[in-house]
Ligand binder design. Structure first.
Ligand SMILES: [Fe+2]
Ligand SMILES: [Fe+2]
Length: 190
């Protein structure tokens, strides 16, 4: 049985943990995740909760993130030592469980997979991954394209969402996380 932390309590905690831009992003992703859950037939409560907590570790700086990993036995893979960004998803899933008492494995997995994805993404995982990339505060032609794809084709939207999320990586394929590359190969096969 889950420790009962209400959604309002989670939102209130997040509003203190995250800066305003990240908090607004979080709320927007949560609303987008609800729309996608309805559209593609996923559990809307899980989608909302996972989206709400997906960036809960974003308030930590690099030193705090590393300290958190050390204290809680989270191991960074080789790739994350080169590209630190995805670590916030790993820490976020752990924080969702420890600090917010979330026990639902589907929710925790969706949080953990939201940055680089994975080979075996569930419907819920995909919804969080895409919602993160297309929420209304985001702009850019690639975002508009992904938003449009998400109207009907979630897998196509996934490929475009990955492109949005790896914008910050200049030499894309080289720095892209191996999980992202495996996910991409699988998505392209369907
Ligand atoms: Fe994130
Ligand atoms: Fe995010």
């Amino acid at each position: 049985v889950e420790k009962s932390v209400s959604l309002d309590e989670i939102k209130s905690a997040l509003s203190k943990m995250l800066n305003l831009i990240r908090f607004n992003h979080t709320i927007a992703v949560s609303e987008t995740a609800l729309v996608l859950a309805d559209r593609f037939g996923a559990d809307r409560d899980k989608a909302y909760l996972a989206a709400l907590l997906h960036d809960c570790a974003r308030g930590l700086d690099v030193a705090q993130t590393l300290k958190y990993c050390e204290e809680h036995g989270l191991v960074l893979d080789e790739h994350m030592k080169k590209d630190f960004n995805p670590v916030h998803a790993l820490v976020g899933a752990d924080m969702a469980a420890r600090r917010f008492g979330i026990c639902d494995k589907d929710v925790l997995t969706a949080i953990g997979n939201h940055a680089v994805g994975g080979e075996n993404m569930t419907l819920l995982d995909k919804i969080i991954f895409v919602a993160d990339a297309i929420e209304p505060n985001r702009t850019g032609s690639d975002v508009y394209e992904a938003r449009d794809a998400a109207e009907r084709d979630l897998d196509k939207a996934m490929i475009l969402a990955l492109r949005i999320k790896t914008r910050y990586i200049n030499s894309q394929e080289e720095l892209m996380h191996p999980s992202s590359i495996r996910m991409l190969e699988k998505l392209r096969r369907v």
